[in-house]
Design a binder for this molecule. Structure first.
Ligand code: NAD
Ligand code: LMR
Length: 326
């Protein structure tokens, strides 16, 4: 019998948490032969609701679920964990940008970064979902000096999935027939979904769809999808966000298909001219808990301008939170 891994989810009684926990317990992330112990974090007012979620987890009788622990203390919730999903934080409302959440949510990630530093297992991997996720991941990484920076990720897989869905719809293909779609930069309206290298059924997208649509409606739909969902649902994306988080951590664990790549917000060391020390979404290949940025992708002037704009936005966010980056 494989030993269980310890997986922490923060904000576990929230909307994303409710969609995420059951997928994790069912083996959708680490595989149907990998037992799991869930260590769930909430703030005190959320603990009662979390107790109800735990009842439902137990009532589902998941064979792989070897334990569920709950706490409102990150030092307990992160004790010995191998994997962390940092979800807990405020979502925006329809009149806000994600960056408007920095002052409310940023400080959460100093305390949680320290708690990860002090309590997590040596092999810990961390995905930050809570917005603004790139800058929150940066704060967490700075607050955990004992954990290598490349272990902290921001989630842009939802943007990748959205872009694939739009391309599939346009070309009457299945989402699984879309490959090599990388998101560059920030999980915000400035992101660049890189259609220039994307392929549908193995053929370049740019040979199948006109630039007007790609640079226009496609890009705008992907970049503003979060807001469109908030306007329609009255609440931000939850099940699709949970699904993307599973996709991200599953790819990190199991690897991506040969010849393909995926999108992860990761620590920049200066690749593609992006300044060192930003959590920036790049196209990466991944597996076994590690990742590396895809090399040699060329950008035309349009792409260069988009990447410059999203880089500048992340630099501005970093400046805003500089007091949290100790
Ligand atoms: P929600 O309000 O439904 O749930 C958030 C939960 O977090 C609540 O239960 C709350 O009590 C808890 N929480 C708050 N502060 C906490 C803390 N310090 N420690 C532990 N738990 C805490 O929100 P949601 O819909 O689940 O969204 C959560 C976050 O994910 C938001 O910031 C949202 O913007 C973000 N999000 C990101 C993406 C992405 O693609 N990166 C997608 C969707 C949502
Ligand atoms: C999303 O992309 O759906 C999330 O980041 C939620 C939001 O605020 O847009």
């Amino acid at each position: 019998m494989t030993a269980p891994i310890r997986v922490s989810v923060t904000g576990a009684a929230g909307n994303i948490g409710y969609a995420l926990l059951f997928r994790l317990a069912a083996g959708d992330c680490y595989g149907k032969d990998q037992p799991i112990i869930l260590q769930l974090l909430e703030i005190a007012p959320g603990m009662k609701a979390l107790e109800g979620v735990v009842m439902e987890l137990l009532d589902s009788a998941f064979p792989l679920l070897h334990g569920v622990e709950i706490s409102d203390d990150p030092n307990k919730a992160f004790s010995g964990i191998n994997q962390a999903f940092l979800v807990g934080s405020r979502p925006r409302t329809k009149d806000m940008n994600r960056a408007d959440l920095i002052s409310a949510n940023g400080p959460i990630f100093t305390g949680q970064g320290r708690a990860l530093n002090d309590n997590a297992a040596d092999d810990v991997r961390v995905i930050v979902v809570g917005n603004p996720c790139n800058t929150n991941a940066l704060i967490a990484a700075h607050s955990a000096p004992g954990i290598p920076k490349d272990r902290f990720h921001a989630m842009t897989r939802l943007d990748e999935n959205r872009a694939k869905a739009q391309l599939a719809k346009k070309l009457s293909a299945l989402p699984g027939e879309v490959s090599n779609l990388g998101i560059w930069g920030n999980h915000s309206d400035t992101m660049y979904p890189d259609f220039a290298h994307a392929r549908v059924r193995g053929q370049a997208v740019t040979e199948q769809v006109g630039q007007d649509w790609l640079q226009g409606d496609f890009l705008k739909t992907v970049a503003t999808r979060g807001k469109a969902i908030i306007e329609a649902r009255g609440a931000s994306s939850a099940a699709s966000a949970a699904s993307a988080a599973i996709d991200h951590m599953s790819t990190l664990w199991h690897g991506n298909a040969k010849g393909d790549f995926t999108s992860m917000g990761v620590w920049s060391e200066g690749q593609y001219g992006v300044p060192k020390g930003l959590i920036f979404s790049f196209p990466v290949t991944s597996g076994g808990g590690n990742w590396s940025i895809v090399e040699g992708l060329e950008h035309d002037e349009f792409a260069k301008a988009k990447i410059a704009a999203t880089t500048q936005e992340l630099l501005n966010e970093r400046e805003t939170v500089k007091d949290l980056l100790k």
